[in-house]
Design a protein around this ligand. Structure first.
Ligand SMILES: NC(=O)c1ccc[n+]([C@@H]2O[C@H](COP(=O)([O-])OP(=O)(O)OC[C@H]3O[C@@H](n4cnc5c(N)ncnc54)[C@H](OP(=O)(O)O)[C@@H]3O)[C@@H](O)[C@H]2O)c1
Length: 269
């Protein structure tokens, strides 16, 4: 049966490849892109899409506006693919005072899940959270990481993906009796613009990435989890394979602390 699927970060990379595959299979796909021109180009090139929402998931204001637009464009939401992500090349704080990757990779999906929770519950929906195997290298200090006080161009990406992944089992618990599921998926090592740099380092990175997987390959496990009959809620998938979460993603006290902090920030439960 055709599903209504919302995909964030869908203008390029894995998000766009996911949208293309799902639209080709006849699902009603709504793209979320930050840039209108990029979104309109994707809509024209992919074809058969159900809609476009332009929204910046880098601020609380942007997430709230995006959620409001999605309520109009996808009231029958079945699947929310939380794919947007950033690997920051420099420290920058957003208008809410958070380090940009901490907000985009962790706080934005947290807030969007909350704002669309009623729609997901109404339809027995699901969330597919695109995560990263690099969570294993992450370290979250709740006193420092949110504000970028421990910022590193190498490690912050892993820290923020870990923060997000820590909350996935808590979402699964919360939604256990509501018929909503959530899975997290590492899409593989994929040649996209993630973490793109300028200068000689950027050139080297582009050369190295040539041997990495295609966005279409990265989209495959995401598509499968979007459509699979009964995904095991709370499960982490390393591409196609379900795997136990390993430390540091097993720190339940830290997970609860991050949840409490995010909930207090956005005044949600
Ligand atoms: N590539 C890999 O090897 C790999 C490995 C593990 C996990 N992942 C994860 O896969 C997901 C997709 O990444 P990708 O590899 O496809 O990289 P990408 O090509 O850089 O795509 C990232 C997407 O996120 C969007 N985005 C970033 N900041 C945003 C914001 N503030 N508001 C709205 N959208 C925003 C980008 O939009 P713009 O075009 O406007 O910037 C872009 O569409 C990410 O969550 C990433 O962490 C990737």
């Amino acid at each position: 049966m055709a599903k209504t699927v919302v995909i964030t970060g869908a203008g390029r990379g894995i998000g766009r490849a996911t949208a293309t595959a799902l639209a080709r299979d006849g699902h009603r796909v709504v793209l979320v892109t930050r840039d209108r021109e990029q979104g309109e180009r994707a809509v024209a090139e992919i074809g058969g899409l159900a809609g476009l929402v332009v929204g910046d998931l880098g601020t609380a204001r942007g997430v709230r506006a995006t959620a409001a637009a999605l309520r109009e464009h996808a009231p029958d939401l079945d699947v929310l693919v939380q794919n947007a992500g950033v690997w920051p090349s420099k420290k920058a704080l957003n208008e809410d005072g958070f380090e940009q990757a901490y907000f985009t990779n962790h706080l934005a999906p947290f807030l969007l899940n909350h704002l669309l929770e009623d729609l997901l519950k109404a339809n027995g929906g699901r969330v597919v959270q695109v995560t990263a195997g690099l969570y294993l290298k992450g370290k979250v200090d709740p006193e420092r990481t949110p504000k970028g006080l421990d910022f590193s161009t190498i490690r912050t990406y892993a820290d923020t993906k870990l923060a997000n992944l820590l909350t996935v089992p808590l979402w699964a618990d919360r939604w256990q009796d509501a018929g909503v599921s959530i899975t997290a998926v590492h899409p593989g090592v994929v040649n996209t613009n993630l973490g793109a740099r300028s200068g000689p380092l950027g050139l080297l990175l582009r050369l190295v990435k040539r041997s990495w997987g295609t966005p279409e390959a990265g989209a495959r496990p995401v598509v499968r989890l979007a459509l699979e009959d009964a995904p095991r809620s709370g499960t982490y998938y390393n591409e196609e394979k379900p795997e136990e979460l390993l430390a540091p993603a097993t720190d339940t006290a830290l997970a609860r602390r991050l949840w409490r902090d995010a909930a207090a920030e956005f005044d949600v439960a």
